[in-house]
Design a protein around this ligand. Structure first.
Ligand code: FES
Ligand SMILES: [Fe+2]
Length: 372
């Protein structure tokens, strides 16, 4: 069985296009996104990926550095991924122009004669900053034709709390716009319906919940709390450590949900990102690390895959409905996190447009109540 829960999905959920007008894709540029798993790039292999509707070609130099170029030759646009990579330069398959993989600077145009004055080293293929963290190749996505900010922020990395730990990765594609993927990820009310399973919880365990939220830069936090008493794994953890269990959940723009669980010296840390591939397709990348001795990787993966598949099946069904452009609702309090997400996104875009500071949609701590 493949390691990732992967399904290739059709473009059925495509956003309705008005004739003659390309609708805004609603992507957040100038952030890091995970493109592929680190282990996918080895040897002189070129690997393709798409982020925010930008086709990329990725690889690793013989020195071990990951790189990401636009998968398009600046000469005639043929994908560079059809070309040849020698560990340092990518050679285009059409006329053999060669580009340094890390800088994307052209280093050779074979057709030039001794008379030609063309400055080869002034020609660049498109390329993006690229860094590896937590087993992913992250790519910083600035829009084509824009300059990189002077200080590109560090790529995200998963918080871990001891030297030794287990780590595992899961992925799953959703036939939806990234916004639907994200609000699905932070939606507290679907659990008892979508994730019914003997090991987690049933529809009958629904009860009223009250959670504190607070603003954090670019996002919001579900303040540290003792997790749901109707979830068996938390009960087990409490029994084993004999100490209280606290969970903190953060959502941070552009697309990240981070969860930390601590009980005594035991910890569990996870991150889910929802990355836009195209406007009608996104991908959840989920990474979890922990030092809980009683939780083997295979067991966690079994549960994790079940969870992701349940979400994926739901989103596939939702995409069926969204084809017909229905009117939707966000209700209080269960959909308040979704409202904050849309407000954070709008406020960020507004602050980038005006150059003024970003206004946070929350003015202080808020208590939300829902049943789940
Ligand atoms: S299209 Fe790439 S070298 Fe001509
Ligand atoms: Fe879910």
């Amino acid at each position: 069985m493949s390691e990732a829960v992967r399904t290739i999905l059709r473009a059925d959920g495509a956003a309705a296009k008005e004739p003659g007008r390309e609708p805004e894709a609603g992507f957040l540029w100038d952030f890091w996104y995970p493109a592929v798993r680190s282990r996918a790039i080895r040897g002189n292999r070129l690997v393709t990926a798409m982020l925010l509707e930008v086709p990329l070609v990725l690889g690793r130099t013989s020195e071990g550095r990951a790189f990401a170029m636009r998968d398009s030759c600046p000469h005639r646009g043929i994908p560079l991924s059809y070309g040849h990579f020698d560990g340092a330069t990518v050679e285009c398959s059409y006329h053999g122009w060669r580009f340094d993989a890390c800088t994307a600077r052209c280093v050779e145009i074979p057709s030039l004669s001794s008379q030609d004055k063309l400055k080869v080293d002034r020609i660049f293929a498109g390329h993006h900053p690229c860094e590896e963290r937590d087993g992913y190749v992250w790519v910083y996505m600035n829009p084509a034709g824009t300059r990189l900010p002077e200080n590109v922020p560090a790529a995200p990395s998963l918080p871990v709390f001891s030297k030794k730990y287990k780590i595992t990765h899961l992925a799953c594609e959703l036939p939806s716009h990234v916004d639907q993927g994200i609000i699905g990820l932070m939606d507290p009310a679907h659990g008892p319906f979508v994730h019914q399973s003997w090991f987690w919880r049933s529809k009958h365990s629904i009860h009223e919940k009250e959670k504190q939220f607070e603003p954090i830069p670019y996002g919001f936090r579900m303040s540290p709390h003792s997790p749901s008493s109707n979830s068996a794994p938390y009960q087990l953890l409490k029994k084993i450590t004999g100490e209280g269990v606290t969970t903190t959940i953060d959502f941070v723009l552009p697309n990240m949900r981070l969860e930390e669980i601590h009980s005594g010296k035991m910890w569990f840390s996870s991150r889910a990102t929802v990355t836009p591939v195209r406007r009608d397709l996104c991908r959840i990348d989920f990474v979890a690390a922990w030092n809980l001795p009683f939780l083997p990787v295979f067991l966690f993966r079994m549960f994790g895959k079940t969870f992701l598949r349940q979400d994926q099946e739901t989103m596939i069904r939702q995409a069926e409905g969204l084809k017909y452009d229905p009117k939707l609702m966000l209700i209080d309090d269960a959909d308040r996190p979704a409202k904050w997400y849309f407000a954070l996104k709008a406020n960020l875009l507004e602050s980038r447009r005006t150059g003024a500071g970003m206004e946070h949609p929350m003015t202080g701590p808020v208590t939300l109540r829902w049943r789940s």
